[in-house]
Each structure stands twice: as C-alpha cells, then as structure tokens.
Design a protein around this ligand. Structure first.
Ligand code: 3HC
Length: 289
C-alpha cells in the first residue's frame, strides 16, 4: 500500500515527476541539495498546475495538489516514512549509488527504491545497496505531466513483487507503463531515440545538413512534435551528452556526437540555460508576471 512518496532531485525531471505523483493524490517529499533549487522547482510546478487547472484537466484545485508536496534539503530522516522513492538526480553513476546507499540507511526495508535513470543499468545502481531486490527502474519522459509513457525496468536482482508493485503504482499515476525485462543501457526508448539524435548530429558535424534543416525534416516530414535538436534543447544538451556517453561506454553502437560535449562544456544546455541549438529569452515554462 503506497501512501507517501519521495522524489530525489528537483531538476527538469524530478519536479515534473513530483507534480504527477501529487496530482494522483499521494503525499510527496521533494528533495534536492538547496532550498533555492526547491523553490524554483515549486515555482515551475505551480505554473504547470495553473495551466492544467485553467484547461479543466485537474480534479482538484492546483492549491490542494501543491499542498501535498513538501520539500526537504538533502536526504534526511523526514524520508523514513516513505513507501516509494523515485530518484531523479543527474545521470552520474557514482552520485546515484551514493544516494541509494544513503536512502537505505533511512527508509524501511519494505520501501521500493526506483531510479529514473535514462541510460545506466539498474543493476549497476542497485549494487550500492544490500537489498537489491527492491530496486527497479521507472523511466519517465519530459515533460512528465504530459508524456504518457513510463518504462518500468527490471534489474538483474529486482524481485517480481518489486516490479509488479512499481508497474501498478505507475498505472495509478494515470500513465502507460511498459515492462522492460532486459537491463540494457538505454532500455528500449533511448536505444531508439539516441540513434536518431546521434545520426542527426552526424549529419550536422559532417556538414551534410545544418541543424535547422534536420529539424524541419523532423517536424514537416516525420511528423514529430519538435525538431530533433529542439528536443535535445528541451531535454537538456548535457543530459543527451551524458546519456549517449554512458550508453556508448557500455557497448551501444552509435555515433559519438562531439557538438553535445562541446556545448555541455560551454554551459549551453538548452532551454534550462537559455541557450542551446536555439536561444530562449527566459525559462519559458516559468510564468513571469
Ligand atoms: N505543464 C503544463 N502545461 C504544459 C507543459 C507542462 N509541463 N508543457 C507544455 N504545456 C502546455 C503549454 O503551456 C501549451 O499550452 P497553451 O496552448 O495553453 O499555451 C501547450 O502545452 C502546448 O505547448 P507548447 O505550445 O509549448 O508546444 P507544443 O505544442 O510543442 O507542446 C510538448 C509541447 C508537449 C513538449 C510537445 O512539443 C512534445 O510532445 N514534444 C516532444 C516531447 C518528447 O518527446 N519528450 C520525450 C523526450 S525523451 C526523454 O525525456 C527521455 C530522457 O531519457 C532524455
């Protein structure tokens, strides 16, 4: 029986996941390393809930929903009552392993520990804890509040009970979970998507087409809602760099895109930094009064 949920990491994915969980009626702890990051996350959630409320897409008021979200700086004892954890910190294996190991000191033995990793094998993250059977992947897509799909991934030691509980829990969030039984880097979605993104990148790096041309093809021929490079900006240039690197390091065959690395080093991270392949006047998902 899941009542209380914790989301660790209040960035692009974490704040959206916390919003989805709160909309479904659960109490949520949202944790990150500073109150400033958490306040920024709450501001984005407020904006998003306001939008959904205006459109009649919420069953309760946006205020009732946001009141279910409590923030906490760091991984503190406040989290000891939670039944389900969703970790959504940056795509760095050591960081995720540290967090899982710290969580295990605090939460009950029955608490399920899930990771929103996009690319890292669940088994590698789970090996940081003693009870690896309770670790599972729950991979959401950006923006979590709008994207329907969630991959529920079985690690090598995930128990049937953990996998089924995670799958049923995701359904209660009004999402469409798919079960992934092979713990391969990038699971199913990113093994398809990263191939598209890295191939698009190769076209640009080899001067076959510029990124605007590739994006026009994606929108006006392939019928995607965004161009490939617009999507990279939207999900984060750095995220795409870390995800593709982690997958390639683990044997996934794809073109190693240099532009993503160079842009990440320059801090051109896409929408969240105001500049990526395109420029963004301000964070377009925060309402400016
Ligand atoms: N909350 C509430 N409303 C939102 C919102 C949010 N988070 N994001 C967008 N909206 C609203 C907008 O405000 C707008 O409402 P309005 O018409 O009243 O102004 C409406 O949705 C449409 O948004 P936009 O006009 O900004 O643009 P779009 O029509 O293009 O829709 C989109 C935005 C839903 C993001 C759409 O472009 C889309 O589906 N893009 C593809 C996203 C995708 O593929 N995500 C998966 C990426 S892969 C990933 O995440 C995995 C990881 O491992 C990397």
């Amino acid at each position: 029986m899941i009542k209380n949920v914790a989301v660790i990491g209040a960035g692009t994915m974490g704040h959206g996941i916390a919003e989805v969980v709160a909309i479904a009626g659960y109490s949520v702890y949202l944790s990150d390393v500073s109150q400033e990051i958490l306040n920024n996350a709450l501001e984005k959630i407020r904006w998003s809930l306001g939008k959904l409320y205006e459109k009649g897409q919420l069953k309760e008021s946006d205020k009732t929903i946001i009141d279910r979200i409590r923030t906490t700086v760091g991984i503190t004892n406040e989290l000891k009552e939670v039944d389900f954890v969703i970790e959504a910190v940056p795509e760095k294996l050591d960081l995720k392993r540290q967090i899982f190991s710290r969580l295990e000191e605090i939460v009950a033995d029955t608490t399920i520990l899930s990771t929103n990793t996009s690319s890292l094998p669940i088994t590698e993250i789970a090996s940081a804890v003693r009870r690896q059977e309770r670790v599972v992947g729950t991979h959401f897509f950006n923006p979590p509040v709008i994207m329907q799909l969630v991959e529920v991934i079985r690690g090598n030691r995930t128990s049937d009970n953990t996998l089924n509980t995670a799958y049923e829990f995701i359904k209660t969030l009004n999402k469409k979970p798919i079960l992934v039984h092979k713990d391969v880097p990038g699971f199913v979605v990113n093994r398809v998507l990263l191939r598209i993104i890295t191939n698009a990148c190769m076209l640009v790096e080899k001067n076959i087409a510029d990124y605007r041309t590739v994006d026009a093809v994606a929108r006006y021929k392939l019928g995607l809602p965004m161009g490939i490079f617009e999507l990279v900006d939207y999900t984060g240039v750095d995220v795409n760099y870390y995800v593709s690197s982690a997958m390639i390091e683990r044997g996934f065959k794809a073109y190693q895109c240099k532009i993503l690395e160079e842009m990440t080093k320059r801090g051109e991270l896409g929408v969240k930094s105001g500049k990526g392949f395109y420029t963004y006047p301000s964070n377009r998902y925060v309402k400016v009064n």
